[in-house]
Design a protein around this ligand. Structure first.
Ligand code: AMP
Length: 477
C-alpha cells in the first residue's frame, strides 16, 4: 500500500479510533489538568476543531501547541492528527524567546496556549508549508545555534502506528506511563500506542513526578506499560516502591532515546521479574523509532558490553558505511528539515530504484545478529535523554555581548554517557550573568552546570584550544 491509499487508511483509522471509539466509557487520557474517557475525548476534539476553524487558516499552515503534559495538549494534538493540521509541539520548559523563535521559523500566525485553552496571535504572517500532508514539525537542537524543524509526513506516522501496535509487546488496552515532553518525540510512543491499542495514557507533569506519592498514583491507575528514557528509570530506582509488589500490573518497559545499559536492565529484572524490557532506537528524523528488541536473559548474558538496539521496522533497512555510520532508509524517514536546504543536502539521501529516502544519522554502529549503536561521529550528545548540539550552546554563549571566546565540553562518565556540561569563557560577564542570559533562549537542560571565566583559553602544541586540559580542570573544580 502506498501514496493515497496510505493516507486513506490513516484517515479511516483515526476516524474509527477518535470519533467512534471501541471503548467509549474507558479512560483515554489523564493529564495534569483533567481526565477524559474516549467518548469525552471525541467531544473535546470536536470543540477544539470548532475553535480552530474560526481562524480560517490554510490547511498547510502549521499550528504551534504550547503546554506541558495536560490532557488538553493531547486533545489538541489528536485533533491535529484527525483533521490533517500540521502541528509543532513546544513544551513550557522552553523559554518564551525560544517559543517565539520556533513560531518565526515555522511562520505560524498563532500558537495554541494549552493552559489558557486559546489561540494566541504571534503577529507573524501565515505561510503554508511547502511540504503537504505533514503530520508535525518537531524542533530539535541545531548545531548552527538555532533549533531545526524536522518535518514528518502523515505516511510515516501511519507506518509507525501500525508497527508500535504490533512489535512493542504492549498488552491490550494498556495503561501507558508517559513522562516525556511533547516536543520530544519519545512521547509519541505512548500517544500513538494509545490509539493503536485502545489504551489510557497517563501524562505526568514534572512537578507531579517530583512529588511524593507519584508512584501511588501509578499504582491506583494500574499502569501496565512504562515508556521512558533509561535515565528516567534509573532515577526511579531510588524509590523502594518502584517494584512489582507495588506496581503489579506493570508488564512492559519500553526504553528509547539513549544507551540502555546492562546494569539498569539487571536491576529492573530484580525489581520486576516478570516484566518485559524493550530497547528501541531511532532519531526524530526517522519518526520516533526505527529498531526494537526485547532484552531477553540470553541477550543480557552475552559477553558484549553493549546491548543491541534490535532489528529494523518493516519497510526500511539500515546501511552501515565503511566508517561505521548508520544510515536509515525507509518509509519513516523525514521529508527534510524546514527551510534548511544545505543541511538536507548533507543528511538526506536518495538512490535510484529505492522508493525511500535515506537519513545519515551521525550514529556509529555495527550489525551481527542484531544492530548495535556504539556512539556518535559528531558533537551531538544526550543528557538525561535530551538531545543537545554542543555547538548550539557554544553559539548561544558567543552571541551574548561581552563574551569573546567560549568552549563547551560534555564531561563523560566512565563507561560512556554524559555526566554534565561545562563551559569555559573569556568574558567580562560573570558566569551567573551568562547563565541568566542563556535561560532566556535555551531550556534549563542545555545550560552548562559549570561556567568558568578565564583570562584566556589554553592552547595545545598544535595551537588548538586544549580541550583535554579543560576537561581535566572541569572535573577537579
Ligand atoms: P532524538 O532525536 O532526540 O530521539 O535522539 C536520537 C539519538 O538518540 C539517536 O541518533 C542516538 O544517538 C540516540 N539514541 C536513541 N535511542 C537510542 C538507543 N536505544 N541506544 C543508543 N542511542 C540511542
Amino acid at each position: 500500500m502506498n501514496g493515497q491509499n496510505e493516507f486513506q487508511a490513516l484517515d479511516a483509522f483515526l476516524l474509527k479510533t477518535l470519533v467512534d471509539p471501541a471503548f467509549p466509557a474507558q479512560l483515554a487520557v489523564s493529564g495534569s489538568d483533567y481526565s477524559l474517557s474516549w467518548q469525552a475525548l471525541s467531544y473535546a476534539i470536536t470543540e477544539w476543531v470548532i475553535k480552530y476553524r474560526q481562524l480560517a487558516l490554510d490547511p498547510n499552515v502549521p499550528v504551534v501547541l504550547y503546554g506541558h503534559q495536560q490532557a488538553e495538549f493531547a486533545v489538541a494534538l489528536y485533533s491535529c492528527l484527525l483533521h490533517k493540521i500540521p502541528y509543532v509541539p513546544v513544551d513550557c520548559i522552553y523559554p518564551e524567546e525560544r517559543l517565539q523563535e520556533i513560531c518565526t521559523l515555522a511562520s505560524a500566525p498563532y500558537y495554541y496556549d494549552i493552559a489558557r485553552q486559546a489561540f494566541i496571535p504571534t503577529g507573524l504572517t501565515a505561510q503554508p508549508l511547502q511540504q503537504h500532508d505533514l503530520a508535525y514539525v518537531m524542533f530539535t537542537s541545531g548545531s548552527t545555534g538555532k533549533p531545526k524543524g524536522v518535518q514528518i509526513g502523515r505516511e510515516s506516522v501511519w507506518h509507525f502506528i501500525q508497527w508500535v501496535g504490533k512489535d512493542f509487546h504492549l498488552p491490550d488496552n494498556p495503561v501507558l506511563m508517559n513522562h516525556a515532553v511533547f516536543s520530544f518525540d519519545l512521547s509519541l510512543i505512548a500517544l500513538l500506542a494509545n490509539l493503536a491499542k485502545n489504551g489510557h495514557i497517563l501524562l505526568n507533569a514534572k512537578e507531579n513526578i517530583a512529588a511524593e506519592g507519584w508512584l501511588t498514583g501509578l499504582q491506583s491507575q494500574k499502569v501496565s506499560a512504562w515508556v521512558s528514557t533509561p535515565s528516567f528509570a534509573y532515577q526511579k530506582l531510588l524509590s523502594p516502591q518502584f517494584c512489582s509488589d507495588y506496581l503489579p500490573d506493570l508488564k512492559v518497559f519500553i526504553f528509547i532515546g539513549e544507551v540502555l545499559n546492562k546494569a539498569l536492565v539487571k536491576q529492573l529484572r530484580r525489581r520486576f521479574p516478570k516484566a518485559k524490557i524493550i530497547n528501541s532506537y531511532g532519531p526524530t528524523e526517522a519518526t520516533v523509532a526505527t529498531t526494537v528488541v526485547e532484552i531477553t536473559d540470553a541477550i543480557l548474558a552475552s559477553d558484549t558490553d553493549l546491548l543491541p538496539i534490535g532489528t529494523m521496522m518493516p519497510d526500511s533497512f539500515m546501511e552501515i558505511t565503511a566508517e561505521g555510520e548508520l544510515i536509515i532508509w525507509g518509509k519513516n524517514v523525514m521529508r527534510g528539515y524546514l527551510g534548511l536546504d544545505e543541511e538536507n543536502a548533507q543528511k538526506l539521501l536518495t538512490r535510484e530504484n529505492c522508493p525511500w529516502r535515506g537519513y545519515r544519522t551521525g550514529d556509529l554502529g555495527y550489525s551481527t545478529d542484531y544492530l548495535y549503536c556504539s556512539g556518535r561521529n559528531d558533537s551531538q550528545i544526550k543528557l538525561n535523554g535530551y538531545r543537545i548540539e554542543i555547538s548550539e550552546i557554544e553559539n548561544r554563549i558567543l552571541n551574548i555581548s561581552g563574551v569573546q571566546e567560549a568552549v563547551v565540553l560534555p564531561l563523560k562518565k566512565t563507561g560512556g554517557g554524559v555526566l554534565r556540561i561545562a563551559a569555559f569563557c573569556v568574558s567580562r560577564r560573570s558566569s551567573e550573568e551568562i547563565k541568566s542570559e542563556l535561560a532566556r533562549v535555551i531550556p534549563p537542560y542545555m545550560i552548562p552546570g559549570q561556567i568558568v571565566i578565564q583570562e584566556h583559553l589554553p592552547l595545545n602544541p598544535n595551537g588548538k584550544i586544549d580541550r583535554k586540559l579543560l576537561d581535566a580542570q572541569a572535573r577537579v573544580s
